[in-house]
Design a protein around this ligand. Structure first.
Ligand SMILES: [Cu+2]
Length: 137
């Protein structure tokens, strides 16, 4: 009986910690199209998040993502691999703004992430550095 209780307690603790670890607040931004017909969004990457982490853009309209890193010495990048939908890039983040240009050609949800990982620790993605680019009509 005592054994069963211990198992139950451990399971609950494990479940709670997993739930907590995966908790990430959604920061959603809908890109506005500028007068020159380009939709621009600024994204900051830090330890361990992207802000915003849900980016909504229109299909077949050029996009400029302005990416930069929040302070700190931990290296970060932003990677999205969806060449079939017009998006395929890997850019390291620095304190200076970098511009990533592409034109999304297919409606859908495309995950982006930081692919960095320190030895013997979880990947930045697993620590919360990921997001979704939503391409809408
Ligand atoms: Cu990172």
């Amino acid at each position: 009986m005592k054994y069963a209780l211990t198992i139950a307690t451990v399971s609950i603790l494990l479940f709670a910690s997993l739930g907590f670890g995966q908790e990430s607040t959604e920061k959603r931004v809908v890109a506005t199209v500028d007068a020159d017909g380009i939709q621009r969004v600024e994204i900051t990457g830090g330890s361990y998040y992207f802000d915003p982490n849900v980016i909504v853009v229109k299909v077949n309209v050029p996009v400029e993502l302005k990416v930069k890193k929040a302070g700190g010495s931990t290296p970060h990048n932003i990677v999205i691999k969806a060449p079939e939908a017009g998006k395929d890039f890997s850019e390291s983040l620095s304190s200076e703004l970098k511009t990533i240009q592409f034109t999304p050609t297919k409606i859908g949800k495309y995950p982006f992430e930081c692919t960095k990982k320190a030895p013997f620790s979880k990947s930045h993605k697993d620590r919360g550095m990921h997001g979704v680019l939503e391409v809408v009509d």
